[in-house]
Design a protein around this ligand. Structure first.
Ligand SMILES: *Cc1c(COP(=O)(O)O)cnc(C)c1O
Length: 386
């Protein structure tokens, strides 16, 4: 982890690691004695893979989960020791690295099990979690084919079955009939296996499962959105930890009747003041938010106006003043005001998770914990020097 500050860049992400750890502790209290697996796929939902993994370890998470081999390797190379499960598919040419980096993989069919068995070096063992299809229809072995798959895994002593799991498709609301049905199918399946794998961790619950379906908790839960504070959580178990900020780049006075930005999608109605903010869809601030989003400057909400460009956008501040270098909050708090990610997600017809994953590495990330602060940045910034 680098402790230097990034090459002066006027827009950045802030991540509150202290609150992130509290989120994990609060979820742990909520689920009582169950284990907690923290999904940190897709760059930890845009929060930054390595710092989030380290914080999750410190907060006592039992497992980390990624989507693909590449994410797991990055974690091991950064010194992460915790068990890591990859949810995604495994390919023949990846098996060596799954073993080498001690990553646990998902077996979702007999074909996958055979492929791993063939590619696995003779004396190596591999830790696997068997994924059961109960209604997501993404990956997972159907319950009526599972017996054959387990038979195959039992016959090859190199397989260590560390877990058996499934995934809920409709659990993000309470009292959903299909989610209840999935929980029931999985429960029935686990009953039928009847302690054949006493050491295997049984897991099913995503964020919705944790909040609304206590009977889905089994031995371990896998809350992603919830751990990052993004699911409608009446009980306020977790809080968001992600902010996006920038410094005003430009200030001007504009006459009435002027078109602003590409296509002139906004026209000033009276003489007004327009400021320019140096961040755009090239950083992950989605163009679909044009003329819909609001931002905070000096503890006040202002409308974003005109089409959002790749690297910049404009804000109409009316008769107010603001100066080059003043802080603009795109997501997060300023004074007693807050722009939330769900608010922007609704305005762009998507979910918070998608917006989070869209913020990329042109933006340096600033992390703060109780008594530490550090910058983390990738490709672009790390090749520059002051
Ligand atoms: C992404 C994912 C999760 C976490 O989902 P959330 O809805 O963000 O809680 C859990 N399990 C699996 C298999 C996943 O792919």
């Amino acid at each position: 982890m680098k402790n230097n500050t990034p090459y002066a860049h006027p827009a950045w992400i802030e991540v509150d690691l202290a609150q992130f750890k509290k989120n994990i502790l609060n979820i742990r209290k909520f689920i009582k004695n169950k284990k907690i697996c923290v999904p940190i796929k897709a760059n930890a939902y845009g929060h930054g893979l390595i710092p989030i993994a380290k914080a999750a370890e410190q907060a006592g998470a039992d497992y980390l989960a990624v989507s693909c081999l590449q994410e797991g390797v990055l974690l091991r190379q950064a010194g992460i020791q915790h068990p890591i499960l990859a949810f995604g598919p495994v390919y023949k040419d990846q098996v060596d690295d799954f073993v080498k980096y001690n990553l646990e993989l998902t077996i979702s069919s007999l074909a996958k099990a055979k492929l791993v068995s063939q590619a696995l070096p003779k004396n190596h063992k591999i830790k696997v979690h068997v994924e059961i299809e109960t209604g997501m229809q993404r990956t997972g072995v159907r319950t009526d084919s599972a017996r054959q798959l387990f038979g195959f895994l039992d016959s090859d002593k190199r397989f260590i079955i560390n877990g058996i799991y499934s995934h809920l498709a409709t659990a993000d609301q309470a009292n959903n009939r299909f989610a209840q049905k999935q929980v029931a199918s999985f429960t029935q399946f686990i009953k039928e296996i009847n302690n054949r794998y006493p050491d295997a961790i049984i897991h099913l619950a995503n964020s919705g499962g944790v909040l609304y379906y206590p009977e889905s908790h089994f031995d371990m839960v896998r809350p992603g959105k919830l751990v990052f504070g993004y699911i409608d959580d009446q009980q306020k178990i977790t809080q968001p930890i992600f902010s996006v900020k920038a410094k005003i780049a430009y200030f001007k006075v504009v006459q009435a009747g002027e078109g602003i930005s590409y296509g002139h999608t906004y026209e000033t109605k009276k003489n007004t003041r327009i400021i320019t903010v140096p961040i755009g869809y090239g950083d992950g601030y989605r163009r679909v938010l044009s003329n819909r989003a609001e931002v905070l400057i000096n503890n006040k909400r202002y409308p974003q106006v005109g089409t959002i460009c790749m690297d910049q956008f404009m804000v109409d501040i009316g008769e107010d003043s603001a100066y080059v270098g003043d802080e603009v909050v795109l997501i997060g708090k300023q004074g007693d005001q807050e722009i939330t990610l769900p608010e922007l997600a609704e305005k762009s017809s998507t979910i918070s998770s998608e917006l989070l994953c869209g913020f990329n590495d042109r933006l340096p990330r600033y992390y703060h914990d109780q008594d530490t602060q550090f910058w983390e940045f990738d490709s672009l910034n790390s090749r520059l020097s002051h």
